[in-house]
Design a protein around this ligand. Sequence first.
Ligand code: SF4
Length: 379
Amino acid sequence: MNHSAFLLAWYIAEKRDLPWRKTGDPYVIWVSEVMLQQTQVRTVIPYYERFLQRFPGVEQLGTASLEEVLTVWRGLGYYSRARRMWEAAHYLLEQQGGKMPGDYEALLLVPGIGKYTAGAIASIAFGQRVAAIDGNVLRVVSRLLAWSEPVETSRTYRHFSDHLMAWQPALQPGDFNQALMELGAMVCTPTKPDCESCPMAQVCVGYLHGDVHLYPVKKLKPKRQVLTRLTFVLRRGDQVFLQKRPSQGMLADLWEFPGVEISQENGLDECVPVIEKGEFFGFFQEAVHERAFDGLVRKQFQQGLRMNGPVWYNFTHRRWKIIWAFVDLPTPLEPIAAAQKATESVDQRCWVTLQQLNEVALPVAFRAIVEDLTKRGSL
Ligand code: SF4
């Protein structure tokens, strides 16, 4: 038996019954592959079902507002994935008559679809012989080959791709690619590969040499930058103030409690940093784009603010130590609802109730603040 025979026999017997394995629809496979990036299968399933219910095809996705797409995605994290899919759906509607391209090369032309996703869609939906190499596959193949070079390089990619194409059968390329992903998820896991029950053990060079623990070899990563994120939670009556983040960069186009990144920390210091009273107001003006609040809150800043937290949140290249202060605005003369109703001001800023906070695309990073508000029972 060769690599593919071992792998496919195991896959047919052991594969999990996952919803996206019941379809050959390239759009549906695309949605599942994007959602599964950096996210566990069991987390993805309810989001996958909800997303497809609301956006069952390219047309529904491409004609929805970005706001709605981000809201349906809310809680799954890495929102740039949803934004890129929405942009790709626009491209497909404008350039491809709303149809997914039918082969690997054409899929690569769709903005946001990279080699891995194109390989997965082309092999699973169209039966095309092409590799689909993501982080899991890199790990598995590095062990199978006992590959002693860093896995992130283009040389490694080419080398692995050549091997995978040699192993991949002509008839079931999609099953082969999925089997490799399944092996990475279920057996050849990052920290505890179960070599004793692995179908590839007899052809796995890393295992046969007894040095599986050496692979994958990775380049040294720069340390995550640690920043304190000073956050202002503005309250007025039973509502709280949100503003929209810029369309570029981290957490693009999502709503946020306004704030600033104020300092670099060295370690896991759980203390709340000491901030001068005068400094607070400067930070407030930097964070909150609405200048009309300045006069209303200045006194609170002069008296000093009580900080809450910290809680920690990790991004790919950054670690936030989040601290927050409540800032109360007087209830205006005219009713709030008349000024701005719920999230209608989907412009750049809005006032929402605690309940409505669950309906807007607010990053998971702010979950602790929402929980704090919920615990207090009122805004
Ligand atoms: S034998 Fe071990 S290291 Fe090799 S592929 Fe299987 S689980 Fe991974």
